[in-house]
Design a protein around this ligand. Sequence first.
Ligand code: NAD
Length: 319
Amino acid sequence: MPLIDLENVKTVAVIGGGTIGASWSAWFLAQGFTVRCSDPSPAAREAAPGLVAACWPQLAALGASGSAQEALARFSIWESHIQAVEGADYVQENAPERLELKQKLLSEIDAALPVDRVIGSSTSGLKASDMQTGMAHPQRLVVAHPFNPPHLIPLVEIVGGQQTSEEAAADWAVAFFNAHGKRAIRVRKEVPGHIANRLQAALWKEAAYLVQSGVASVEDVDLAISEGPGLRWAIMGPHLTFHLGGGTGGMAHFYDHLVPAMQTWWADLGTPVMDAALREQLVEGVQQEVGDRSIADLAAERDRKLIDILNVLSPDPQS
Ligand SMILES: NC(=O)c1ccc[n+]([C@@H]2O[C@H](COP(=O)([O-])OP(=O)(O)OC[C@H]3O[C@@H](n4cnc5c(N)ncnc54)[C@H](O)[C@@H]3O)[C@@H](O)[C@H]2O)c1
């Protein structure tokens, strides 16, 4: 059976209303969808509308129209995921990161949802192949992994499992998110951490090693990224960046010219020993770096600058 046409998607079920579910809800509302959220926790159900409303000024700064109140009129929160998926045209699952819990949840959602609807899971570390084992229609499950916070960061990593229909569900999910301004990418093999978290992990491994081996302070390692390549990485990824590094010869010249040197650097990269002493060194180093700025101050600064960057990079800037 063909999947629902993208233009017929009007209602999204968001399963789990915690950190990621609330942020996803706000983003789906900003795209004009009706959002039916579920969470078994009374405290989470009580908190969810406030979390969604708190995202609204940022979404408005990125061009969302209407007020938080108007958006919340399209938002409902349910105790039961079965009730939440009633009438849903797409499901985004954000329950706790536990395989058995997600398997049960997904098989129940699968049984309640018409078969032409796609189900995406926000999981950071579980495989679709493992999560879909109890589903009667496993072909419609994809990992649709956001980057926190999903209401701001465009990236969504789409990964299918062994039983996922790549041509149908994965293609559909990429087209769905891209049609609404996300940048969805395909991960063609199930690997731990998908792509972006692996790249972050590779970089942080060397960053911690440089601190541990006394090459530089925590702050200077951070500055080496935020005042250097990090500025370019918001515009182009590592391959395009090096394509320009090759001058007029592009990647071909970069490869021939600089790969031998790069290989000697690779041979020298380290693996930090993640012991108590390094923990203390990193905690103290970060404390020196932040001074008297609270975590809330830092988060506000990050989000304000992030919105400025997103507006500059947007193909359709708001101002
Ligand atoms: N936090 C991040 O940075 C991040 C980033 C990307 C992806 N993710 C993924 O998103 C998912 C959710 O993570 P989170 O950080 O929002 O966790 P969270 O603990 O903030 O929220 C999980 C919510 O799920 C609810 N819940 C528990 N059982 C449930 C059930 N059976 N049905 C529906 N809801 C249920 C909980 O009450 C809670 O409100 C995880 O799979 C995680 O790997 C998290």
